[in-house]
Write a protein that binds this ligand. Structure first.
Ligand SMILES: [Zn+2]
Length: 309
């Protein structure tokens, strides 16, 4: 699990990192952290790289921080925050975000970083065809990978029903979903990542609701339903992120996930172990059910039951 800096307080200095280290000390899950590109903490040990996720940054913030920091891998949530719009399609009276916003922001981050010696970038949760094209172009000057989320492969902007569908970047149209799926299959998209964003119950008012969907417990099944290729999904969901982040790992029978690829189930977020029940997948039928999870030699989950404290 890789924690992004969109926490409160922001993961950006020694104290906050220390606090997070304590929070997960007894966890069965391995946690790694990013650190805000705009803070004082440098990547080291379990702090694997910089990230801009969840931070409303400006071009000036990018220039200031790239110019005074030692180059390292940067994970970028690419967005021009100068424009307030949130969805491509107009919903209520919320202004529309131009579809080119993300691609322009990708170019802005990568080219600015490149000028100051940063050459290693990972673009998070991409959602437009322009972004794919822009990343292909920028590969000429920098090492760039990118990822897509399960919701951007499965839920279109025509299916938005309530504030749990308020996600950043916004859900895309059906045509773009097919292009993103193809891009995973042709390796233009390197990594499958959740962008898991748990929240307490969101307010009913769309405008006041925070962004994000809770999805980590159904991520494998959602990706498998979208892509229908277990090798592709495990490669890009398990191997590729570790490789990209430089995490060495030996696969053993002490850590296993057992999946029934033929079993279908309906998502019920009220049954999530996560405190975040804000789920855009609620009620959706997914296939490829996780039956068991073994962590460090102990079964942590079996058929709907959590077995570890
Ligand atoms: Zn983000």
């Amino acid at each position: 699990m890789l924690i992004q800096p969109n926490t409160n307080p922001i993961l950006e200095n020694k104290q906050v990192h220390k606090y997070h280290e304590k929070l997960v000390a007894d966890s069965h899950v391995r946690f790694y952290r990013t650190t805000s590109l705009f803070g004082t903490q440098k990547p080291s040990d379990n702090i694997l790289c910089y990230s801009t996720d969840g931070i409303k940054y400006t071009y000036n913030d990018l220039v200031e921080n790239f110019s005074r920091k030692k180059p390292a891998l940067v994970l970028d949530h690419s967005q021009l925050f100068e424009h307030e719009g949130i969805f491509y399609k107009e919903i209520l009276d919320i202004p529309k975000r131009p579809i080119t916003n993300e691609a322009i922001a990708i170019a802005r981050t990568v080219l600015t970083g490149f000028e100051f010696g940063f050459k290693d970038f990972h673009i998070q949760h991409i959602s437009t065809t322009y972004s794919l094209e822009m990343i292909e172009f920028l590969k000429k000057c920098a090492n760039i990978t990118c990822e897509v989320t399960p919701h951007h492969l499965l839920i279109s902007n025509e299916e938005i029903l309530n504030p749990n569908f308020k996600i950043n970047p916004p859900l895309c149209d059906k045509k773009t979903i097919e292009i993103l799926k193809d891009a995973v299959k042709t390796n233009k998209i390197d990594i499958l990542a959740t962008d898991h964003a748990p929240h307490p119950e969101k307010p009913a008012d769309y405008r006041k609701a925070p962004y994000g969907t809770s999805n980590i417990e159904i991520a494998f099944s959602a990706f498998y339903t979208a892509l229908n290729d277990v090798y592709l999904v495990t490669d890009k969901l398990c191997y590729a992120p570790r490789k990209r982040l430089g995490i060495s790992y030996k696969f053993t029978s002490d850590n296993l996930v057992i999946v029934d690829l033929n079993q279908e189930f309906t998502v019920e977020s009220k049954r999530f172990f996560s405190k975040g029940k804000n789920c855009a997948f609620d009620g959706m039928k997914l296939k490829g059910k996780i039956i068991g999870v073994k962590i460090n030699g102990k079964w942590g989950y079996w058929n709907g039951e959590y077995l570890l404290d």
